[in-house]
Structure formats: structure tokens, C-alpha cells
Ligand binder design. Structure first.
Ligand SMILES: [Zn+2]
Length: 203
């Protein structure tokens, strides 16, 4: 059995194993590292590594949590997009004039300002943004539906998003109702005469 000589610290005078328990520990360690590097490694190197490992582990854990949170958020956004619906509303302004409101685009990763420029160029008409809706003039619902599907695919990588087309009918004027009733009587499809301010009545 080899005799193990106890190494005493020159700073605190205790055996080096006890340096950690006195107030001069930092100076003790510096002395030991300087004068007995092998002894220093044996006493402190593993502990330092453990501390580093612990820190790395904590950083990795919080990164993982952040990634998970981001993944959940991305998934939720994608689900929201897949479940949402774009509505193309045709509004009858007059007998011939139509305007279009496109609703529900804000859910998607598309820039409404850029989009409005694209629509305006594509359909050669003014396009404005009102309360997150794109508004443009013309009877364009079918063309817009095709264009929107194309944009969603090209710019957001989304396929199969629901697009619904609705028409907000204009209330007909008294004159138009009377003219329609008269025309129907003239071509024999109806005998109902229009009475002003009232429902259609049998003649
Ligand atoms: Zn010491």
C-alpha cells in the first residue's frame, strides 16, 4: 500500500480537501491550480464540468419549450387558416353596377396592402382596404375566386381554402317592379299587376 501524503494548503493551512469550506477558497484554488495542477483537476474539474452541464441542460430545456410553444402556435394558425372561409360578396349598386367585398383575408399570411395592389393591377380597377376587407368595383366574383385560390397557393402554400360567393341583392325600385309585372303580363307568363306600395296583386 502506497503512503498517501496529505497535501496542505499554503493559503488556509488546512488539507486541500477542506479549502472549499473556508472564506479564502478562491485564493486557495488559485494557489492549488498554480502549484499542483493535477491535484486541482482532481478536486475541482469534475465539479466545474457538472455546473456547465447543468447550465447547458437548462438552456436546452428552455429552448425546447420555446420550440414547442412556437410549434403549437404555428399549428393553431394553420388550423385557423384551414378552418376559415373567404367570402366574396357581390353588392348590386344599381341595375348594372356591381362592387365586390372580399372578407376573411386577414387570417392568412398575406399583406393586404400588396394584395390590393395586385387586385388593382390584375383587374384594372381601383381596390381599397376597408375594415380588413378588399373592396373593388365590377362584376368580378368568379375571376376573383380563381385569383384568390391561385394567390393562396403561390404565396401561402395553402390549398383547399373555402371560398364562398354571396350576392347582396339591391331592392328594386317601384318603377322596375311595375315594369317587370307589365312585361310578364305582356308575354303571357303572368296575370299579376303591380300595385304601387303593395305586394303583387291578381288583376
Ligand atoms: Zn486552502
Amino acid at each position: 500500500m502506497a503512503l498517501v501524503e496529505t497535501l496542505y494548503c499554503k493559503v488556509c493551512t488546512f488539507p486541500v480537501d477542506f479549502c472549499d469550506y473556508n472564506k479564502k477558497a478562491t485564493k486557495c484554488k488559485a494557489w492549488l491550480e498554480e502549484t499542483h495542477p493535477a491535484e486541482y483537476q482532481k478536486l475541482y474539474a469534475n465539479k466545474e464540468n457538472e455546473d456547465v452541464d447543468e447550465k447547458t441542460k437548462k438552456v436546452e430545456e428552455s429552448l425546447k419549450k420555446m420550440e414547442l410553444r412556437q410549434e403549437k402556435k404555428d399549428k393553431k394558425e394553420l388550423e385557423d387558416q384551414q378552418n376559415s372561409k373567404i367570402i366574396i360578396k357581390t353588392i348590386e349598386r344599381t341595375k348594372r353596377k356591381r362592387s365586390i367585398e372580399i372578407q376573411g383575408l386577414e387570417v392568412f399570411p398575406l399583406n393586404l396592402k400588396k394584395l390590393s395592389k395586385k387586385f388593382s393591377n390584375k383587374f384594372a380597377t381601383g381596390c381599397s382596404i376597408v375594415d380588413n376587407k378588399l373592396v373593388l368595383q365590377g362584376d368580378l366574383a368568379d375571376d376573383i375566386e380563381i385569383f384568390i385560390n391561385q394567390l393562396l397557393k403561390e404565396e401561402a402554400g395553402l390549398d383547399g381554402i373555402k371560398v364562398e360567393k354571396i350576392v347582396a341583392k339591391r331592392k328594386k325600385t317601384e318603377e322596375e317592379l311595375a315594369a317587370e309585372a307589365a312585361a310578364a303580363i305582356a308575354n303571357g307568363t303572368s296575370t299579376a299587376k303591380y300595385v304601387k306600395g303593395d305586394e303583387l296583386k291578381k288583376a
